[in-house]
Design a protein around this ligand. Structure first.
Ligand SMILES: NC(=O)c1ccc[n+]([C@@H]2O[C@H](COP(=O)([O-])OP(=O)(O)OC[C@H]3O[C@@H](n4cnc5c(N)ncnc54)[C@H](OP(=O)(O)O)[C@@H]3O)[C@@H](O)[C@H]2O)c1
Length: 486
């Protein structure tokens, strides 16, 4: 038997992502059975009231797969428990309720979908109530796992402290630190593209690759998240987790097998190979921006210096990537929503096609992660009916066109992996700390500088100076809104 306990049951993530993903897994017959979901939060409501709220939200967020009779069967598994994370009695009563719902030993997955300030306390309460201990039965060991949402700490020190505190209650292999980008099909496909084909890996190095750009742009502004965003900013919100996670998939060495230890060992190695930046390098190799109307948002301080856009150049000190700049950039209030990886290859060493064609563009490989998911290869082709003119053309692959059915939501894959005990796509403690080691000095320097970020217009590609900045690094941004459609 399997039990999923969601702390933060009445929250946004639960209704928008977790329950719709669990419902889809149920419809696909993938949820291990028997299965029980127990929501935990302070707001008073009955099982039936919560079920009917979730019916409405799931109908909205899983519209394509929503079916009333399937929902009724799924809803029968859903229960609600009123409780306060600060109260030990709430955990005692939760344990009693769980025992009533579970027939004998059950594998439990605790999902912390609460504000980060509650992570530590929830885990300590679980520990004190004896709810974290894995107990052997005759046939198997009933597991006790915990999924922790992002952000994991606000800097290296807080992440280390959180890790230490959690490790008093759960061992590392019981802990699943989630980054939903790792549940996306295209991110997983980076590993398949690189390591299940023979044509890419031989050229995936400094001999053929000029540089790499990883861009994660959002169209939305901070909206109602201003209180959170003011203390986080774009580095903590996007770089420490999503962008560095994608970077590891693009640049790591081949693990010997696809299992949690082998994959995460390689990811940590590449994070540790990223060259630490001195204050002068931070000045030169990073850029921060803020969209013009940010300071007018409700909840934002009048003179706020919080960056809503950042770009940085990282160097990986190993044989494969020596002197290949990796550019990361992300911003809010941008012209289009896109997450993409551009692998820019070198120019051919010599052009035999004359002066006109000498400076032609080099090959590019584009991995589009969202909104639509796909891959493009850009290469030169002869323009027909000309002597020997060339033009960049592309080979295009789109998941939507090549595979039938709806693309799964990232949370589906990750919830299922956590339920099955596969931690390959979750961050390990040393990985999270290695990522903070890269981001911390930049955040600290920016805070010490007391410089206003460069302003940019809503709907642009960030501060205009961003183009000069990358030109100083002798490269150009690939400013393309999604090239692959649904
Ligand atoms: N929303 C997203 O799209 C998203 C995306 C990525 C990551 N995350 C992360 O996911 C987590 C949850 O985010 P969210 O947007 O769902 O937050 P939220 O909407 O603010 O929900 C917070 C939940 O915590 C409960 N809660 C607050 N204090 C409590 C207490 N003392 N005891 C028990 N329950 C308590 C609230 O319910 P009551 O008031 O009823 O107690 C509510 O259910 C955060 O860590 C966030 O960073 C969210």
């Amino acid at each position: 038997m399997n039990t999923l306990i969601i702390f933060g049951a009445s929250g946004d993530l639960t209704s928008r992502k977790l329950i719709p993903s669990l419902y889809r897994l149920f419809v696909k017959g993938r949820l291990p059975q028997p299965f029980v979901i127990v929501g935990f939060s302070r707001t008073a409501k009955t099982d039936t009231e919560w079920q009917s709220e979730l019916r409405a939200t799931t109908k909205q967020f899983a519209a394509k797969s929503f079916d009333s009779s399937q929902w009724d069967k799924f809803a029968a598994m859903i229960h609600y428990h009123i409780g306060d994370i600060g109260s030990p009695e709430s955990f005692t009563s939760l344990e009693t309720r769980l025992r009533e719902l579970e027939s004998g030993e059950s594998n439990r997955l605790y999902y912390l979908s609460t504000a980060p300030k509650f992570y530590e306390q929830t885990i300590q309460q679980l520990g004190k109530a004896g709810m974290a201990t894995e107990s052997p039965t005759d046939s198997a060991t009933a597991s006790r796992r915990v999924v922790i949402e992002k952000p994991f700490g606000i800097d290296l020190q807080s992440a280390q402290k959180l890790n230490e505190s959690i490790h008093h209650v759960f061992t590392e292999n019981q802990i699943y630190r989630i980054d939903h980008y790792l549940g996306k099909e295209t991110v997983n496909n980076i590993l398949v593209l690189r390591f299940a084909n023979t044509i890419f890996e031989p050229i995936w190095n400094r001999n053929y690759i000029d540089h790499i750009q990883i861009t994660a742009n959002e169209e939305v502004t901070v909206g109602h998240r201003a209180a959170f965003y003011e203390t986080a900013g774009v580095l903590r919100d996007m770089f420490q987790n999503h962008l560095l996670q994608i970077l590891t998939f693009v640049t790591m060495e081949a693990p010997s097998r696809f299992d949690a230890k082998a994959v995460r060992d390689e990811k940590v190695k590449v994070l540790q190979a990223i060259r630490p930046m001195s204050p002068d390098q931070i000045q030169r190799d990073t850029l921060r921006g803020q969209y013009r109307s940010y300071r007018d948002e409700e909840g934002v301080a009048k003179g706020s210096r919080t960056a809503t856009f950042a770009a940085m150049k990282l160097q990986i000190d190993n044989w494969r990537w020596k002197d290949v700049p990796i550019f990361l950039r992300s911003g809010k209030a941008m012209g289009c929503r896109t997450t993409q990886i551009l692998v820019q290859f070198r120019r051919p060493p010599h052009s035999m096609f004359g002066a006109d064609n000498a400076a032609h563009d080099a090959n590019q490989l584009l991995l589009q992660i969202q909104p639509a998911e796909g891959i493009q290869i850009h290469f030169q082709t002869k323009v027909p009916d000309t002597e020997m003119r060339m033009r960049m053309t592309e080979l295009k692959f789109s998941f939507q066109n090549s595979f039938s059915g709806e693309m799964p939501e990232a949370y589906e894959r990750l919830l299922l992996d956590a339920l099955q005990g596969d931690a390959s796509l979750f961050a390990r403690s040393d990985e999270v700390e290695a990522a903070w080691t890269i981001i911390d000095p930049i955040q600290t320097k920016w805070e010490q500088d007391k410089k206003d970020p460069e302003l940019y217009e809503t709907g642009s590609w960030g501060p205009p100076v961003s183009n000069d900045w990358i030109q100083k690094h002798e490269r150009q941004w690939f400013d393309m809104c999604p090239l692959i459609g649904h």
